[in-house]
Design a binder for this molecule. Structure first.
Ligand SMILES: Cc1ncc(COP(=O)(O)O)c(C=O)c1O
Length: 388
């Protein structure tokens, strides 16, 4: 069958190929240590599961409004005000089937042919493909490792053209774990306001931050930047709820009206039961978040300490999220080859940096137990000593 041109523009997933290979080896009985996970390894907290079970028992199993139920929008609105200093009334909020869906809807709503969207590189691998699916063109701006993987304002300025429609910010970042401080955000906000460029701020890892750092939403830096910002967040990472598929968007109401129109003719509402669970996640006991971040923090030290002792590996210590984006220039092997060799020869699964915009890095997730992390580090260290 002849397929649509827009699909041809989308790249196939390199990470899927590597994780499928790791899965196959595991099913054949090979003991694989995996640093590939893109989700917390903790169970969804029981009070959240309880809310979902109560929803089922009570028969809360029908359609809700397509853009999500009012009670959940009210909870998100309160959360944004209390935690982020952002005032968005419920009509400025849309609930979607995960933050990925939120982002997809946003680019469908704001982009058209000829538009350019600036993406700091390294980037989460779905951004460019979503931008292309909306008919626009991704424009990459290097965020240098020496600058903590934060994009430099002069480099951003150089990338602007008359077609620049939006800029994507992801802090804390997947894959680097870098965080933008208030000073950087202010510079970016001033630039966006002066040029009238929309800022899509993906804050899905906001709660997973270390060393007492603080997360700032760029939209909280004044009314002018708030008017051109679109904030994305969700419950997937903070509450170990990746499978429940609840994300949300806060934006000026005209953008939300457009997004809701798209959602009403595509997915309709996110699962009613998941919405009840997300409501409990956002309004209920937050102890599980603190416990998870504490455990991630211990593992972060373990993995960065171990990797930095391995010849050819240079570590950037992540300030947030649960990934280490490790520089492998010293191995003189590209990321895809190294990933395949580690899997075949050391039974360790990592993710190549190439689909994130850097062939000189690999991404290792520490959403795995400390004992598995230690085992994996031993295997990599031994392999490097023997083979490189
Ligand atoms: C940076 C970033 N944004 C968005 C998402 C999507 O999250 P969700 O599972 O809520 O769709 C992910 C998931 O990996 C992510 O890493």
């Amino acid at each position: 069958m002849k397929l649509a041109k827009r699909v041809e523009r989308v790249s196939p997933s390199l990470t899927l190929a590597i994780t499928a290979k790791a899965k196959k080896l595991r099913s054949e009985g090979v003991d694989i240590v995996s640093f590939a996970a893109g989700e917390p390894d903790f169970d969804t907290p029981s009070h959240i599961k309880g809310a979902a079970m109560a929803a089922i028992k009570e028969g809360f199993t029908k359609y809700t409004p397509a853009s999500g139920m009012l009670e959940l929008k009210e909870a998100v609105s309160k959360k944004l005000e209390c935690e982020n200093g952002l005032v968005y009334p419920p009509p400025s909020i849309s609930i979607s089937c995960g933050a990925k869906h939120s982002l997809y809807n946003i680019f469908q709503a704001i982009c058209q042919e000829g538009d350019e969207v600036i993406i700091p590189s390294p980037y989460w691998l779905s951004y460019p493909e979503m931008v292309k699916l909306a008919g626009a063109t991704p424009v990459f701006v290097q965020a240098h490792e020496e600058n903590g993987f934060r994009v430099n304002i002069d480099d951003l300025k150089k990338a602007l053209t008359k077609n620049t429609k939006a800029l994507i910010l992801n802090s804390p970042s997947n894959p680097t774990g870098s965080i933008y401080g208030d000073g950087d955000l202010k510079e970016i906000a001033d630039l966006a306001v002066s040029k009238g460029i929309a800022v899509v701020s993906d804050e899905i890892y906001e709660k997973i931050i270390y060393d007492g750092q603080k997360h700032t939403s760029i939209a909280s830096l004044g009314n002018k930047i708030k008017d051109i910002s679109i904030v994305v967040n969700g419950v997937s990472k903070s509450y170990s709820m990746t499978g429940w598929r609840i994300g949300y968007i806060a934006a000026p109401s005209d953008v939300i009206v457009a997004i809701n129109k798209i959602q009403s003719h595509s997915t309709s509402n996110p699962a009613s039961i998941s919405q009840k669970a997300a409501l409990e996640a956002i309004t209920g006991d937050q102890t599980s978040v603190k416990d998870m971040v504490k455990e991630f923090s211990i593992r972060r030290d373990l993995i960065t300490g171990g990797l930095s002792k391995i010849k050819g590996f240079k570590v950037f210590k992540p300030q947030g999220a649960f990934y280490v984006f490790c520089n492998i220039t010293g191995t003189k092997i590209d990321s895809l080859t190294l990933t395949n060799r580690l899997l075949d020869e050391a039974s360790v699964a990592v993710i190549p940096g190439r689909p994130f915009g850097s062939d000189s890095h690999i991404r290792l997730s520490f959403a795995n137990s400390s004992s598995e992390i230690k085992k994996g580090l031993d295997r990599i260290g031994k392999w490097v000593k023997e083979k490189l």
